[in-house]
Design a protein around this ligand. Structure first.
Ligand code: SAM
Ligand code: SF4
Ligand code: SF4
Length: 377
């Protein structure tokens, strides 16, 4: 058995709203749902080939599916992985418009993480509808979720304000830029890379010296762990995700990534492949792998290659071509990671009083000092 895989499941591509930047076009966001048979086959095959798996329920909007779908999925996981076996975990990624107390209570009872796509005070820049209404109706026990903020041209320089909006409630927040795919290909929502870099460094500097709030800042915290020698699979763009991630569409089509992945990388269909391993031996997977290897060869002289691993293949594909580096995501990672790592190296070299630093940074650094390894740029 292989050790671990992350599986993004899109139970439907239908959505109850119409975000300006969505990499799924309105023509793709049509009704239609994953059948019980497809769901069962997927969960069974993953359980037979992997020691453990993390399922991310995505879409379209997953909460346009009835709650019975999620109950069915969890029952299938309990049956195939073993109830209480710690071999599986779940995250539901939602726009939050249909979140309610009943669903949150169910998630709590089954230890399902909930991620809400939400930019706080800037939510209406990209999105329609008032998610704050649904969130404020949750009780204090039920309002445990993390936030994914997708940053566009208008919000690039407001990342610090978004972090400050959420940190008081202890809500974890992650930031990522709009990529030029689907609706965002040509509507001006992609951020200016220099502004994104400035905004990203500003929010990091605020968080680094924020000793009062106990929340991680993503992706910066993952960059710290990566620099200290402990890269996390959640940082899929910089941990050679190919072979470690899968995305399954409502009809069972398998892709290597959840972001607007074109048909040329189709890896087969869950209802017809004999195993997950067979999907990874498909022509579609070979194509994305070969293109990514060519891009990585061009990265070989980059001083941070060992931390970046050539970045996200789908970002590169949409920015400048699968085989090319140098697009916005490459520039953003180079600048932001270099800033983060130089701050961490300063702490390692000078061992200053850590009481004014964020708790997550303190813990990561203390772990490193107790168990040192080589850190060099
Ligand atoms: C495609 S949605 C699907 C799940 C759910 N409907 C939601 O919005 O959370 C998942 C995430 O992708 C992000 N996203 C959509 N289009 C994007 C783009 N062009 N670039 C970067 N992120 C994008 C959304 O903001 C959202 O956080
Ligand atoms: S980002 Fe999510 S909520 Fe927004 S249109 Fe796309 S699928 Fe729907
Ligand atoms: S930062 Fe850019 S050039 Fe350097 S390894 Fe990453 S993708 Fe390649």
């Amino acid at each position: 058995m292989k050790p671990y895989i992350s599986v993004v499941v899109k139970p439907t591509l239908f959505c109850n709203t119409d975000c300006k930047h969505c990499y799924h076009t309105p023509e793709e966001r049509v009704p239609g749902r994953m059948s019980h048979e497809t769901l069962e086959r997927l969960i069974r095959m993953v359980s037979e080939e992997y020691e453990s798996a993390w399922f991310i329920w995505h879409g379209g909007e997953p909460l346009t599916m009835p709650m019975s779908f999620f109950k069915d999925a969890i029952e299938l996981q309990e049956e195939h992985f073993g109830k209480g076996s710690f071999r599986y975990g779940n995250t539901v990624q939602t726009n939050g418009l249909q979140l309610n107390r009943r669903f949150m209570a169910y998630c709590r009872s089954k230890a399902i993480n909930v991620g809400v796509s939400y930019e706080g005070p800037f939510n209406n820049v990209l999105r329609e509808g008032d998610v704050s209404k649904a969130l404020s109706a949750l009780s204090s026990k039920e309002n445990k979720y993390s936030v994914s903020a997708t940053i566009c041209r208008e919000t690039a320089l407001h990342q610090r304000e978004i972090y400050e909006h959420f940190r008081g409630d202890g809500t974890n927040v992650s930031f990522s830029p709009v990529i030029p795919a689907g609706c965002a290909r040509c509507n001006g929502t992609v951020p200016d890379p220099d502004e994104y870099i400035r905004g990203s460094i500003e929010v990091f500097d605020e968080w680094l010296h924020d000793s009062e709030h106990d929340v991680p800042l993503i992706p910066h915290y993952l960059y710290i762990l990566n620099y200290l020698g402990d890269p996390m699979p959640a940082d899929c763009a910089h941990t050679s995700c190919l072979t470690k991630w899968l995305c399954v569409n409502p009809n069972g089509d398998i892709y290597p990534c959840a972001k607007a992945c074109p048909e040329e990388f189709l890896m087969g269909n869950i209802n017809t492949v004999g195993s997950i391993d067979e999907a990874f031996r498909s022509e579609g997977f070979r194509r994305i792998l070969l293109g990514s290897v060519k891009r990585r060869e061009k990265c070989a002289s980059c001083p941070i290659f060992s931390y970046c691993n050539g970045g996200c293949s789908m970002d590169a594909y949409h920015e400048c071509g699968l085989e090319e580096n140098g697009g916005d995501s490459c520039r953003i990672f180079r600048e932001v990671f270099s800033h983060v790592s130089s701050e961490i190296q300063y702490i390692l070299d000078n061992q200053p009083d850590m009481s004014g630093y964020n708790r997550f940074v303190r813990d990561a650094i203390v772990g490193k000092l107790i168990n040192p390894g080589t850190v060099s740029l």
